[in-house]
Ligand binder design. Sequence first.
Ligand code: HPA
Length: 275
Amino acid sequence: MEDLMRKLKEARDYINAKTGNLKKYAGLVLGSGLGDLADEIENKIIIPYKDIPNFPVSTVQGHAGRLVIGKLEGRVVLCMQGRFHFYEGWGMDQVVFPIQVMHMLGIERLILTNAAGCVNKNWEPGNLMLITDHLKLTTHENPMRGKNEDELGLRFFDMSRAYDPELADVVRKVAKGLDIPLKEGVYMFFAGPSFETPAEIRAARLLGADAAGMSTVPEVIAAAHCGMRTVGISCMTNMAAGILDQPLNHTEVLETGIKVHNQFAALIKGIVREF
Ligand code: HPA
């Protein structure tokens, strides 16, 4: 995308015009079930995605589709209430566009949340997992494929610290302090929108995955490209395909999300406070 920098700058300038150059400390991407955390932001400035130049507009049920900027736990955050998924039909470049806009706005820290299928048989729905690494085997679908924008980052860039080890320690400390049990593991990206097959989940487990989901990984890659420090947290909303003798459905995903909502929200707020 040759005019990526122009598009990013247009989006950045539009947001800055709305927020008056307010220094934004952290970016927050709220996955399914956690969107209402944005309602707790104080002195909110709300910007619908449809108003932001070059922004995609999200369609999935339960995703609001707006930026909410303001104070959470005393820190100015820029929160995506609703994200863009590859399965919605967006290109990978569009999926990660908002992350690159955050970078352009000067945001250096990013918190990504998601709902995921639980691949690890020792865990259960409702468990929260700090993402320590990821797997993405659809090799051609890298969001950084195509012309590299040197202004954003390197052509070939490191992924060994994509999930920031120091910030991960902060998350562990916060979870401990709040008495919130926190698993840790590897998140495997699947393009969706079909849930995985039982064979895919068995393969995922053999490869070392603990969770399977349809988001987050493209965003983490884009964040690593432009040098943002990232934390990812998954909520296991259901046992992944083939583990239990029952079909998967989106209602179960939403229901578990509601059950653990308060704990998940408390953890994210604690992280923002300590970041
Ligand atoms: N698979 C992929 N994505 C998901 C799942 C799942 O089982 N649950 C919630 N998001």
